[in-house]
Ligand binder design. Structure first.
Ligand SMILES: [Zn+2]
Length: 498
């Protein structure tokens, strides 16, 4: 089953906290099948299902599956499923980390509604094939109806707004591929603050900030802050991925989420300074996901570090750009201190989202990119990182795994980097470096738990940083002063002095 397109059309009622409407799924079957299977949360009630316009019988299970059975097998080729449904969607207990609907109020008492489902998936409110490897190739439409006076912020372009006496309907459309968990909407008494961003390739992209009336005055400056982030990220990762649509942010009652072309923002405009300029870590991090998660997507949750780890590495590159190399290195040393090393970052090829999601996919994932940069050098690392974010093979319609990343960097560097990738991503080991003093000024050094390749490691000898190529065999060196191993901190490591 290959998903081609979703249309999600729903009435949203803030008073009864319910939704009602339909979802259409366009897909192609590679072979005929007697059953069509979709993911859909069991708490919503399905009123009917049609396939290619014909009513079909279905079973909606407690295990969140919608099984559609035809009178005769469905043939291979194009199929359009329409599912009519409604009810009360699940309430988010701790958004954005545990998702669902959040029925809040703004400071004026108006409905302020957000949807998040990164770990639960789009199935919490629309029937879909809920797996990261299958995004709708031809995009999606969201047609959302709300009580008059409220505004719906959604993905892509606003095609139409229609009003009746009591309701308003917003038709959002994206022509790009999009993850299920980004096919969401936010509702509020929004003001819209606009600006224009010019991409690195000279394309003009509308910027839209759906902001609460209370924070409307903060909108223009916030977009300026975002522009600075966009400039830096484009430098490292290539042009903004959704230049034909928009750069969007929607203020939300939760902290934030990387919703494609309409990032959720709820960090309350709490700026710190980077390079003397206002900086909002949440805004920058979620915007980085427009490349890492939205454009470059993991084929399975098992490889989610590609999305969170490289995105977090981008946060550090922002610091590098505005404050320089030393400030960036300091950020990386902080990341090293927070590494938990309880579970490997990659635990297999097929892992569910709850098992994959832990702190190390962020900090240790970012630190791994820092290590990789040091091992292969800037002249290879940065162009290859940009290639990963721009080459057709790794972006949009195509999803990737850890092995794809490893092979790309191995090919680019002309050396087999698999031992390094496996060590840092598939084990919880720290690089162990043993240092033995054999004489007053003589030392022997070796890697004790790492095999398969040499690693460059800096040692402070006689007050000077010298680079050594180390492996699991002893290397000797002399130093008048007590040696310091990897003083800048390019590795997550344990040094054992004897
Ligand atoms: Zn993130």
């Amino acid at each position: 089953m290959d998903i081609r397109h979703y249309t999600i059309a729903l009435d949203v009622n803030p008073v009864t906290q319910s939704i009602n409407g339909y979802t259409e799924i366009d897909l192609t079957l590679s072979i005929g099948s007697p059953v069509l299977l979709l993911d859909f949360w069991h708490g919503l009630t399905v009123g009917g299902v049609t396939v290619n316009g014909k009513k079909e019988s279905f079973e909606h299970t407690e295990t969140d599956l919608l099984k559609i059975t035809g009178n005769k097998p469905f043939p291979s080729g194009k199929i359009k499923i329409k599912v009519m449904y409604g009810g009360k969607p699940g309430i988010a207990e701790r958004p954005p980390w545990t998702g669902g609907f959040q029925w809040s109020k703004d400071s004026n008492g108006n409905p302020f509604i957000a949807v998040t489902c990164q770990s639960e998936g789009g199935k919490i409110f629309f029937p879909c094939k809920d797996h990261p490897s299958d995004e709708p190739n031809e995009g999606a439409d969201m047609i959302i109806t709300v009580p008059k006076g409220l505004t719906v912020a959604g993905p892509g372009l606003l095609m139409k707004e229609t009003n009746s006496k009591t309701t308003s309907t917003f038709h959002w459309k994206t022509n790009y591929t999009i993850s299920n968990y980004c096919l969401v909407f936010n509702i509020g008494d929004y003001a819209i603050v606009r600006d224009t961003y010019v991409t690195v390739l000279g394309k003009k992209v509308p910027m839209e900030f759906y902001v609460t009336q209370e924070h409307k005055d903060k909108g223009p400056h916030h977009l300026e802050v975002l522009k600075r982030t966009a400039l830096v990220l484009e430098k490292y990762f290539g042009e903004y991925p959704w230049a034909k649509e928009k750069i969007g942010i929607a203020e939300t009652p939760h902290l934030g989420m990387e919703h494609q072309t309409m990032n959720a923002y709820g960090n309350q405009f709490r700026y710190t300074k980077v390079g003397g300029e206002d900086f909002d870590w949440l805004l920058t991090h979620e915007f980085g996901h427009e490349w890492w998660a939205n454009k470059v997507t993991n084929a399975d949750w098992a490889h989610m570090w590609i999305q969170e780890g490289i995105c977090s590495y981008g946060d550090a590159l922002y610091v590098r750009e505005l404050e320089g190399e030393e400030a960036y290195q300091k950020v990386m040393r902080q990341r090293a201190r927070t590494a938990q090393n309880v579970k490997p970052i990659v635990q297999g090829e097929v892992v569910d989202s709850d098992d994959t999601y832990h702190g190390d996919i962020y900090g240790k994932g970012a630190l791994f990119m820092h290590t990789l940069r040091y091992v292969i050098g800037d002249s290879i690392f940065f162009p290859t990182l940009k290639k990963l974010a721009t080459d057709k093979r790794y972006t949009y319609d195509n999803t990737i795994t850890t092995d794809d990343v490893e092979k790309l960097f191995s090919t680019a560097s002309g050396s087999n980097l698999k031992p390094l990738f496996d060590f840092y991503l598939r084990t919880t080991n720290k690089l162990e470096i043993s240092v033995k003093q054999t004489d007053e000024k003589k030392y022997k050094i070796q890697l004790t738990n790492f095999k398969g390749m040499e690693l460059p490691i800096e040692i402070l000898v006689n007050g000077e940083v010298t680079k050594f190529m180390l492996d699991d065999k002893e290397t000797t060196f002399e130093s008048e002063t007590y040696p310091q191993i990897d003083p800048i901190g390019f590795y997550l490591k344990r040094v054992v002095f004897e």
